[in-house]
Design a protein around this ligand. Sequence first.
Ligand SMILES: Cc1cc2nc3c(=O)[nH]c(=O)nc-3n(C[C@H](O)[C@H](O)[C@H](O)COP(=O)(O)OP(=O)(O)OC[C@H]3O[C@@H](n4cnc5c(N)ncnc54)[C@H](O)[C@@H]3O)c2cc1C
Length: 464
Amino acid sequence: MTSSAQSPRAVIIGAGPTGLGAAHRLHEQGHEDFVVLEANDYVGGLATSFTDEAGFTYDIGGHVMFSHYEYYDDLVDKLMGGDYTELNREAWVWMENRFIPYPFQNNIKDLDPETVLECIMGLVRAQAAEAESPASFAEWMLQTFGEGITRHFMRPYNFKVWATPAELMGFQWIGERVSVVDIESVLRNVLFDTPAISWGPNNTFKYPLRGGTGTLYHEMARPLERFIHLEQKVESIDPVAKEVRTADGRVWPYDVLLNTMPLNVCVDKLTTVPEPVRAATKDLVWSGSHIVGVGIDRPAGTTKNWIYFPEPDVPFYRITYLSNYSPYMTAKPDQTLLLAEVSRSPHKPVDADTIVADVVEGFITTGLLQPEDRERIVTTWLCSPDMSYPVPSVNRDRALATIQPWLRSQSIWSRGRFGAWLYEIGNMDHSCMQGVEWANHVLDGEPEVTWIPRGEGTEGEGIR
Ligand SMILES: Cc1cc2nc3c(=O)[nH]c(=O)nc-3n(C[C@H](O)[C@H](O)[C@H](O)COP(=O)(O)OP(=O)(O)OC[C@H]3O[C@@H](n4cnc5c(N)ncnc54)[C@H](O)[C@@H]3O)c2cc1C
């Protein structure tokens, strides 16, 4: 081992959940020779929160904790202390002018009888058909759910979320992300009128009492302050000299580099990169969003936490009653804070100038607000990340199999929601754990378990 290998200088690009998870773990393990370079003047990345002048607090889209990692859960518990709320995952779908409990496919009994029949017949036919290997998410939906469920929910809803046609998406990412269905539970729901709701005593999540989701990452960053350099936008990475250069001209040498900025951006910033690696980034597909918050001076009058909207005439695919998450999300008690998520892409352009008004109109047409509530709106908020969903496109894994092994051969690990570009491990818990596991890997050679290698990986030895 060289001396630098015994104490590797680590540069971490980005202070979102992945970068902070990595920094937290290095620090916890007593390693001090690292820096975190963050372009923004705040930490948390997409999992940050903002409080506006009116005193309302917003996340960048509803952030629910789904973690099954003991390490992450313990960390979050420590960061929140006793200051959290515990909520049911009370999720609904709005369609055909009514609310039905989520997941849609287990709760179709409340829909128009014609829709119910179409959904059941489609499911029966799909399950009776010969199973073929689907070529795309579009084919997977049809084979798994049949025509009715696909037409009424899966297809329109997924287009609204991904802003990408299902024909251009793969299906390998699905795993636990899409709830599949068996015909018996559908028939039970319809014939015996039993709601198959998905929330209950074992289906709860915690949320910070004050400051929104971003509080977690502010707290995580607090003991790491001396390692984190804000407003240090990375401009270039020289993989030969092993140096990162930031916008102010500073140079940051490294032995190991953890990148958490988007993978295509990372490749773009490399001073030397083989042509096939650069070309492979063209196969990475993403969507952006408009996140719209609306504060209203009246109580919510519901215990609903979030609602999905598959129908194309409503601009948002999901809304969250953020004011139900904690009483401190609004300026005063008995106010409501609604947060709407709208996706956008070249396949689904959205007018940024009218989106706030369009969302308010959508709240009224879906009955979330009454027309007279317009007078009670005390604040609105718009946040429009250009990159919010890494799309699992049909050629994604082929691209990753070209890009990631080469980066790894240069002592660069690219992890996190857009760093790894794997939506299926793109939540906060996955992202933070990718950072933690990276730290364990570079220090002690422990294999990463959350990040999934695509193609030939180069598992290195630990360097401590
Ligand atoms: C609409 C929406 C809803 C979501 N809902 C949930 C949910 O319900 N539950 C859940 O667990 N997760 C949810 N997520 C995902 C969650 O936000 C991510 O898991 C998490 O933020 C990913 O962390 P990250 O560190 O990998 O990336 P990011 O949060 O994107 O952080 C990357 C960081 O890198 C920095 N950076 C970029 N370029 C540079 C540069 N050139 N130089 C220096 N720094 C740079 C960025 O400023 C940023 O701070 C949601 C995300 C979105 C967009």
